[in-house]
Design a protein around this ligand. Structure first.
Ligand code: AMP
Ligand code: ZN
Length: 664
């Protein structure tokens, strides 16, 4: 078989598996097998760039950087929707409709997905561009980012018109949203407020590889085309389904406003059972012929109507405001409520965010407060019922001292939160830091859990993570619920963590703002904790993607005598505090300060290997030629426009051999 057919067969196969998995929810091969096939395709595409296809399944992993999103005028304007809030509103709407069209009117009822609207253009079955709604007339082109979303088909199944637009909502399912937030909290980053904003924010990320990591979905709701053989909205949904789009099955065709009301009532009650958030229902006149007759107002179609759910709101008593201390010492005020039923769950607590928030709403203990759960997953207090305020009520005085260790709190310029500065003596900070150290993404210590850490600290057996390495089985056995076997496992798990590579140890240390990615960057740049420890803020900010806030936090961490002692202890126990010799042996500084662009096909090394060689030797790889480029490494089949550009800018072009020579 020739290479081209082989590549195409692989693409088709992967496309089908993607469809089975994401649209049908019915995978027929394991993730592992899928990965193998994908890698095979990637390797072939890399080796034979002449068969490049922008819609290949390999393009979903992203990697394109978009600096500016181009404004694009929509072929069909993206209208807004009129809103209704009651049965009367809907009956009025029906009267207006019946004045303008003849015959029976059927309605399609759909859920109103709460995300960001998206217009996709397909030509000959291939996705050619993705554009946000913008102001309705023009939006921003975000194709590279949208391509990474698995429920957006890059190539349609069959039987489609030459060119048409598909509309739908980009949403972030609740489970994925919560998981992203768990990670953010673990990395000491502010959690995202709600799925909707996170979804729309994701579309404007510059690095599409970042978008690829987010579990976004595209839920289809309409087809726009001048030459379509369908008669109704409901048929359109089915058609799109057959092309490969994800169209929620909850859509329903009904014959009267009474049935519309039933649909609304059903989903008002059951919306919290859905895997994603909705903020209402959209009702559309089903017949496309009738839709045409009805047309549009300046703002919205006359043939559609949104019904917005009221955010669920209850009032309850605020019994007490308590304060939580996080692993980094950040204080979060918490409202302890008289338990109340809200949107299917019992709510007992709500976050108050920070001191400003309490002051702004003038929230006091003993108040009757309104708690809402709208689009948001986490309930929030939105107002106080002042008519019920007790006469002896006093304004809330925000705490001045830590509720756990009584140290005076500080609040830094420009920060919303108060902090407890008692870094090494405040129990939740001490425990939280060790819990972070042992967590799965950090040192991944098997046999040791968060509660045991708390117990070990309370018993005085450890007071920081370096103490873990001196724990003995005999010390651990007397702890509550600790059998001999588990004590052995625990100690063994701790010993095993000495093999964890430097970059993860660096993350485990729990330096503020040093999440997984930053830790990797720092480890790669400095190679050892000793080098990092002596880096100044000025030096740190020269590292790619390290800003002032991170730099200051790193310097701050190492300026503490106690932290330095802990690091020395970790070192003496054999924890990996530098990049291993083996890894280092392949790394030099030879190409430091130089930027390379790699183009074409190579003989002795693959393109990926070549890039790795550059990076391992301290160079930077960039995807486009500019005045900042030091060298272009040109293989076979380098694009002529790239060559002209390099020549115009007077940039040296190296052959593969010349490059390898340079390294030697
Ligand atoms: P609004 O932003 O309140 O004017 O509501 C209009 C928006 O609702 C549209 O731009 C769509 O993004 C969104 N929407 C969500 N679900 C649907 C649906 N099933 N049909 C039409 N629009 C929807
Ligand atoms: Zn404290």
């Amino acid at each position: 078989m020739d290479i081209k057919s082989k590549i195409e067969i692989l693409r088709d196969e992967l496309r089908q598996h993607n469809y089975n998995y994401y649209i049908l929810d019915n995978p027929t091969i394991s993730d592992y097998e899928f990965d193998i096939k994908l890698k095979e395709l990637q390797a072939l595409e890399e080796k034979y760039p002449e068969f490049f296809d922008a819609n290949s399944p390999t393009q979903r992993v992203g990697g394109t950087i978009t600096k500016n999103f181009n404004a694009v005028v929509h072929d069909f304007r993206m209208y807004s929707l009129d809103n209704s809030y009651s049965k009367e509103d809907l009956l009025d709407w029906e009267i207006r409709i019946k004045k303008m069209v003849d015959g029976e009117v059927q309605y399609t009822c759909e859920l109103k997905y709460d995300g960001a609207s998206m217009n996709l253009t397909y030509e000959n079955g291939k996705l050619v561009r993705a554009v946000t709604r913008g102001d309705g007339v023009r939006g921003d082109e975000v194709t590279a980012n949208v391509k990474t979303i698995n429920t957006v088909p890059l190539q349609l199944n069959s039987d489609y018109p030459d060119r048409f637009d598909i509309r739908g909502e980009i949403i972030l399912p609740i489970e994925g949203f919560l998981k992203m937030n768990e990670e953010r909290i673990e990395n000491d980053e502010e959690p995202y407020r709600n799925p909707r904003n996170t979804a729309s924010g994701s579309l404007k990320l510059q690095d599409s590889a970042e978008v690829a990591k987010r579990p976004l979905e595209f839920l289809m709701y309409s087809i726009k085309s001048n030459n379509l053989s369908i008669q109704s909205q409901f048929e359109g949904l089915d058609k799109a389904r057959s092309w490969g789009f994800k169209v929620p099955q909850e859509a329903k065709l009904v014959n009267s406003i009474d049935e519309v009301i039933d649909y609304i009532n059903y989903w008002d009650e059951h919306r919290f059972d859905l895997p994603y958030e909705i903020d209402g229902v959209v009702i559309k006149v089903n017949s496309l012929y009738q839709q045409d007759e009805l047309g549009f107002t300046a703002k919205a179609p006359r043939w559609a109507m949104a019904y917005k759910f009221k955010a669920e709101r209850v009032s309850t008593k605020l019994n007490e405001i308590t304060y939580q201390v996080g692993r980094t010492g950040a204080i979060t005020p918490v409202a302890n409520l008289e338990p109340v039923q809200l949107a299917g769950t019992i709510v007992k607590r709500a976050s108050l965010h920070n001191a400003d928030q309490i002051e702004k709403l003038d929230i006091r203990e003993g108040d009757e407060v309104y708690v809402e759960k709208g689009g948001e997953i986490i309930p929030k207090i939105i107002a106080v019922d002042l008519s019920k305020r007790p006469s002896d009520s006093k304004p809330t005085k925000y705490i001045t001292n830590c509720p756990e260790c009584d140290t005076e709190l500080v609040r830094l310029e420009g920060e919303a939160k108060h902090y407890c500065p008692n870094y090494n003596g405040c129990p939740p900070q001490v425990i939280g830091r060790i819990q972070h150290y042992i967590s799965r993404k950090a040192m991944d210590i098997e046999g040791l859990g968060g509660e045991t850490v708390a117990l070990l600290v309370h018993e005085g057996l450890i007071s920081n993570y370096s103490d873990l390495y001196e724990l003995t089985v005999e010390q651990v056995i007397p702890l509550e619920r600790m059998a001999e076997k588990s004590a052995e496992n625990l100690v063994q798990g701790i010993m095993a963590s000495k093999q964890i590579p430097f970059e993860r140890v660096l993350f485990a240390l729990g330096i503020r703002y040093v999440g997984e990615t930053v830790a990797k960057k720092l480890a790669k740049h400095y190679k050892s904790i000793d080098a990092l420890m002596f880096a100044s803020t000025l030096d740190l900010v020269t590292v790619d993607e390290i800003g002032e806030r991170i730099a200051e936090s790193v310097v701050d961490f190492f300026s503490s005598e106690e932290n330095r002692t802990i690091i020395e202890r970790l070192k003496s126990f054999g924890v990996q505090l530098e990049i291993s010799a083996e890894k280092l042996a392949n790394q030099t500084d030879k190409l430091k300060g130089q930027t390379f662009v790699v183009s074409g096909v190579f003989e002795t090394v693959s393109r990926t290997e070549l890039k790795k060689l550059i990076e391992d030797n301290g160079g930077k790889v960039s995807s486009s030629i500019s005045s900042k480029t030091s060298y272009v490494v040109a293989g076979d089949k380098m694009g002529p426009s790239k060559r002209t550009k390099a020549e115009n800018l007077n940039i040296s072009i190296l052959t593969e051999q010349e490059f390898l020579e340079l390294l030697r």
